[in-house]
Ligand binder design. Structure first.
Ligand SMILES: [Zn+2]
Length: 144
């Protein structure tokens, strides 16, 4: 029986998806290491939409964790379940960015921040990748 056209497309889509995971894997591994640390201090993990979400789960025992959530490849680290849910659309846009840039995202993101700092602007708010994530996730200026 010949392979149907739809079956062929499904196979290609699965292959492209696998390649995106492989391309972003170095960043995901870094996030996984951070996530394992969160588990050691009492955090939790769950799988949502093909990504792993690690949660500290209570307050903020890590004073230098100034984010509600942060993404490394296909891994998102968040303060708690509510923060992860609230920021999910935004963080999924960062996942998509990692799928495009791969490990180069670890260079491109800080370069964009430094460029904005050099221009006298807020390095987080005017970072190209943050602007894109806010726009694509539907967040407004006063949102996250
Ligand atoms: Zn962001």
């Amino acid at each position: 029986m010949p392979l149907s056209y739809a079956g062929c497309l499904c196979g290609i889509a699965a292959m492209v998806r696998l390649l995106k995971y492989i391309w972003a894997a170095p960043c995901s591994l870094f996030g996984l290491g951070c996530g394992l640390f969160l588990l050691l201090i009492g955090g939790s993990v769950r799988q949502v939409s093909g990504i792993l979400e690690f949660s500290i789960g209570y307050g903020n025992p890590i004073p230098f964790f100034p984010f509600w959530a942060i993404t490394f490849g296909h891994v998102v680290l968040g303060l708690n379940e509510s923060a992860l849910e609230y920021s999910r659309a935004h963080e999924l846009e960062h996942v998509r960015q990692y799928e495009v840039w791969g490990v180069l995202f670890f260079l491109a993101y800080p370069v964009s921040s430094l460029w904005q700092l050099f221009r006298g602007r807020n390095p987080y708010w005017y970072n190209y990748f943050e602007i894109q994530a806010r726009q694509r996730s539907g967040q407004k200026r006063l949102g996250l």
